[in-house]
Write a protein that binds this ligand. Structure first.
Ligand code: 2AM
Ligand code: CA
Ligand code: CA
Ligand code: CA
Length: 266
């Protein structure tokens, strides 16, 4: 009954994210209206809510039977079970958006019966639209992404987020982070999960490693990276769920095992 037509839904998802992207570019030029969510570093703007509302309206007018999980909670799922669920982050990298630091984007994933089927991420600064369908490859503006050049840990550039709490001494860097820093070309923190995952899919970054995220931060990005040939697990090597958030070790396939080895030591 609830047939999932991946190419039709994918085409729609791409279109709707492009439209939301144009709206985001327009909203960026308007005066910034922002408020704190939990503290001074956890912010939400008028644009986050506008983009999520726009996406929810568009999705439900075409697919009224689908559910939507979004960071700003515009659509209330209640206790209803939806076979097909859209997992959206209207602006991933809100702090970057506010500061005009060019590393933020719109992230939309489509999950059917718990399986990630479609991922769309739009970077309005570079005008890059990342798109992937399960088993059908990953693309940036219609150019195929594929991680087929092997790399070593020594020649890789790693992205992470926030300083990890040191389990022994607190308030200093986690020993895994220090070791990864020493054994690679370097560590970067850009403040955006979705774009980080897409950059790993492009090969400009070689891994994205984070201790905790929500599903909307990575739903689209992990489908894109997986279809580009990347390897994605939790930090302990377990498979990543699209139903609940958690850690992420998302990398080029040739360095995943080495990174897991480092993470398991500390
Ligand atoms: P956001 O911009 O959509 O909130 C920042 O390192 C990355 O982590 C961003 O992708 C950010 O998404 C996400 N994040 C999740 N929870 C966060 C929080 N409480 N504070 C800041 N960033 C958070
Ligand atoms: Ca947020
Ligand atoms: Ca986010
Ligand atoms: Ca967000």
């Amino acid at each position: 009954m609830n047939h999932f037509n991946i190419s039709e839904i994918g085409r729609f998802a791409k279109e709707v994210v492009k439209e939301a992207g144009a709206l985001l570019v327009k909203l960026r030029k308007e005066p910034m209206v922002l408020e704190e969510k939990h503290d001074h570093s956890d912010l939400v703007t008028f644009a986050d809510k506008e983009i999520e509302s726009f996406l929810v309206k568009k999705i439900l007018s075409t697919y009224p039977q689908h559910g939507i999980v979004g960071e700003e909670g515009i659509f209330d799922q209640g206790d209803t079970y939806y076979q097909t669920q859209w997992v959206i982050d209207p602006i991933d990298g809100t702090t970057n958006f506010i500061h005009n630091f060019p590393f933020y984007g719109i992230s939309v994933g489509v999950v059917h019966k718990g399986v990630g089927m479609i991922g769309v991420v739009y970077n309005p600064v570079t005008d890059e639209l990342f798109y992937a369908e399960k088993d059908n490859g990953a693309f940036v503006n219609d150019v195929r992404l594929h991680l087929d050049q092997p790399i070593t840990l020594k020649e890789s550039l790693i992205s992470t987020a926030m300083f990890w709490e040191n389990p022994n001494t607190k308030n200093t860097m986690h020993p895994s982070v220090i070791q990864i820093y020493k054994e690679t070309r370097g560590l970067r923190m850009f403040g955006g999960a979705a774009i980080s995952l897409c950059e790993v899919a492009k090969g400009t970054l070689n891994a994205y490693i984070v201790p905790a995220l929500s599903t909307w931060d990575y739903a689209a990005g992990i489908i894109i990276l997986k279809e580009a040939g990347g390897t994605i697990t939790r930090l302990n090597g377990q498979p990543v769920s699209l139903e609940y958030g958690g850690s992420l070790l998302a990398s080029h396939p040739s360095i995943h095992r080495d990174l897991l080895g480092i993470l398991s030591k500390h």
